[in-house]
Design a binder for this molecule. Structure first.
Ligand code: SAH
Length: 218
């Protein structure tokens, strides 16, 4: 793994291991995902003042009214995304801090990620450069449109909630591919949508809470 380690007390590899054990206790059983989450330094993706809380299983603020997703949700969505699926290309909508992006970079050959807020887009790029991650491409744009130039994707993961599944994203999903997406206004449900090759199937995973996916005016 290309990550630098930060062996300082509350942010040490041992602290990360405790988070992994919490995820396991909550039912996450994909060893690849658990191993990657044990290695990616989540404290690196939040403000220094919050670093001590980076390995609690909670969402945390990252500015601009946005949050870094709860580790359990990252683990749940990622496990579902890679189960019985190809892991060549993945599209992430909502780069945010770049934490989920870093997790995906260790599990997929190529990661494409879209963020609408310029300053989050820029800081995620610099974090991943510092962590030596080389297989990610970033777009500052509107995730409702996906990133058509690089389609089709084996996986699409949406980390903010639209009221309905954006049609452009369905179009960019490879046959056999899967999309993980929270859908809904005030109450949201996490769905896995599969492109069977001649249609789509949809399965409810569980109720969730995400920030809204906001259309950009560009
Ligand atoms: N995966 C991120 C989650 C960030 S929260 C992390 O773990 O840090 C969701 C992100 O989606 C926010 O950064 C928000 O700015 C972004 N977002 C909201 N609407 C968007 C849109 N239409 N296109 C792209 N990104 C969007």
């Amino acid at each position: 793994m290309p990550y630098r380690d930060f062996p300082n007390g509350m942010t040490s590899p041992r602290t990360r291991q405790r988070l992994v054990e919490q995820l396991r206790a909550k039912g996450i059983d994909n060893e690849k995902v658990l191993s990657v989450m044990g290695q990616v330094p989540r404290h690196f993706f939040v403000d220094e003042a919050l670093a001590r809380r980076a390995y609690d299983d909670d969402a945390l603020p990252i500015g601009h009214s946005q949050t870094i997703s709860q580790p359990y949700i990252v683990a749940l969505m990622t496990s579902e995304l890679i189960r019985d699926n190809q892991t060549r290309k993945v599209l992430e909508i909502g780069t945010g801090s770049g934490y989920q992006t870093a997790i995906l970079s260790q599990l997929f050959d190529q990661v494409f990620t879209v963020e609408r807020i310029a300053s989050l887009y820029k800081s995620a790029i610099s974090r991943l450069i510092k962590l030596n991650v080389g297989n990610v491409r970033f777009l500052h744009g509107d995730g409702y449109r996906g990133w058509p130039e690089h389609q089709p994707y084996d996986g699409i993961i949406v980390t903010a909630a639209p009221a309905e599944v954006p049609y452009a994203l369905l179009e960019q999903l490879a046959p056999g591919g899967k999309m993980l997406i929270p859908v809904g206004d005030k109450e949201q449900n996490l769905y896995v949508i599969r492109n069977t090759g001649d249609g789509f199937t949809q399965r409810l995973i569980e109720p969730v809470r995400f920030v809204p996916l906001i259309p950009s005016r560009q």
